[in-house]
Ligand binder design. Structure first.
Ligand code: PLP
Length: 396
């Protein structure tokens, strides 16, 4: 094997997860594990639970953390909330709603889907119709993805809440905030969300490997009444004061050290400041994409401007443009890592992540690297995409 050459400086990580780790998180994680009876461990877990609850906007929900990625936490929700014969309503948002639906079906759950229209967020009217059509009340929960990281769209959770309310359907409101938490406002209690799922490696600025759920009384009651066999994921088993039970085994201590540090960073900056910063970074990316779009080789994938995500921007390329080749040049020549299209968008889209530990100069560096790669690839782009981003940031 040939050794890979050293990269001077650093590679700009602009995938929409995993995201860059702040130094404080890296340092916190480089500590030694502890013995399970060490009371400092209980303090760290308590800090993480309290911080996550504050971040999620909930007073009383139960937070359960898993040494698993987001798919693991999805599985926890599926096996706990869907008793045999019950179904989940999964509103279409793109690749992530579809992946959650497929996982639910693989575990024996039934799924009712609302259609996904490319470039558009969830249609709350379709959700209302699907709930009204469920006269036998078989739907146990609505599994909604807040920000679909593949399509770069964020759906309106208030409209979804209203759609469920207006039908008087008893389905739980379950929301995936993996890619929106600590990026845009979310308030579990105010939205009366019954269950939330999150993961470590996006807005939370941690390495991949930790998923979590937050559950209100209704969600816990539904899980407790579900006779389906389960053990590791079982909510009832994990609601416990002992750390060994909370994690069904040894807690992932170093991830918890990191989470404690990242929550500290988040509350030090302040949620409003974090939301404003992400709006600004997304605005800079949008300004560049508008400029580039004038050349014809690419355009926004998201067709509803107010639904474009503050976490990631999906850019659709014209016929004949290879987004994977563009990514390779951006990464190998300019040290900028961006992402490709997932599922049905493979080969049709590239994505620029702008969430987490990021500032204006970093996003300009990313955009400049991507623009340079577009020149190398001779894409027909409008002149001055990066200049527009600079001008946008200067106006803020
Ligand atoms: C990344 C992501 C997931 C899956 O998380 P993994 O950690 O990759 O399993 C689920 N939902 C959304 C919205 C995501 O962005």
């Amino acid at each position: 094997m040939t050794p890979s050459p050293r990269i001077p400086g650093h590679r700009f990580l602009h995938s929409p997860g995993p995201t860059r780790l702040p130094d404080a998180v890296l340092h916190a994680m480089s500590r030694q594990p502890m013995d399970l009876a060490d009371t400092r461990l209980d303090d760290i877990i308590a800090d993480c639970e309290t911080g996550l609850k504050r971040l999620l906007g909930t007073r009383d929900a139960e937070v359960l953390m898993y040494a698993a990625n987001g798919h693991g936490a999805w599985e926890a929700l599926i096996v706990n909330l869907l008793a045999p014969g019950r179904s989940a309503l999964v509103p279409g948002t793109g690749h992530f709603s579809e992946s959650w639906a497929i996982q639910t079906e693989a575990l024996g759950g039934r799924v009712v889907r609302t259609p996904w229209v490319e470039g558009r967020p969830i249609d709350a009217g379709e959700v209302e119709r699907a709930l009204r059509a469920d006269t036998k009340r078989e739907i146990a929960a609505v599994f909604a993805v807040h920000t679909d990281t593949a399509s770069g769209s964020t759906s309106d959770l208030r409209a979804l809440r209203a759609a469920i309310d207006v039908t008087d359907h008893p389905a739980l409101f379950v929301v995936d905030v993996v890619a929106s938490l600590a990026v845009v406002p979310f308030d579990m209690d105010a939205l009366r969300v019954d269950a939330v799922i999150g993961a470590s490696q996006k807005g939370l600025m941690l390495p991949p490997g930790m998923g979590f759920v937050a559950l209100n009384e209704r969600a816990l009651a539904l899980a407790r009444a579900n006779p389906a066999p389960r053990f590791y994921w079982d909510f009832g088993r994990r609601v416990d004061v002992l750390s060994y039970r909370k994690f069904c085994g040894t807690p992932p201590m170093n991830l918890l050290y990191g989470l404690q540090a990242s929550l500290e960073l988040i509350f030090e900056e302040g949620l409003e400041a974090i939301h404003a910063r992400h709006r600004q970074l997304a605005g800079a990316v949008h300004a560049a994409v508008e400029g580039w779009s004038e050349g014809g080789a690419l355009r926004f994938f998201g067709q509803v401007p107010e639904a474009r995500s503050m976490s990631v921007t999906a850019v659709a390329v014209a016929e004949g443009v290879d987004p994977e080749a563009l990514r390779r040049v951006a990464r190998e020549r300019f040290q900028v890592s961006i992402s490709g299209g997932l599922g049905p968008l493979a080969g049709r889209v590239f994505r620029i992540g702008h969430m987490g530990d990021m500032n204006a100069a970093m996003i300009l560096g990313c955009l400049a690297g991507v623009e340079a790669a577009m020149h190398v690839q001779r894409l027909s782009i409008g002149a001055g995409g990066v200049q527009r981003a600079v001008a946008y940031l200067a106006r803020q």
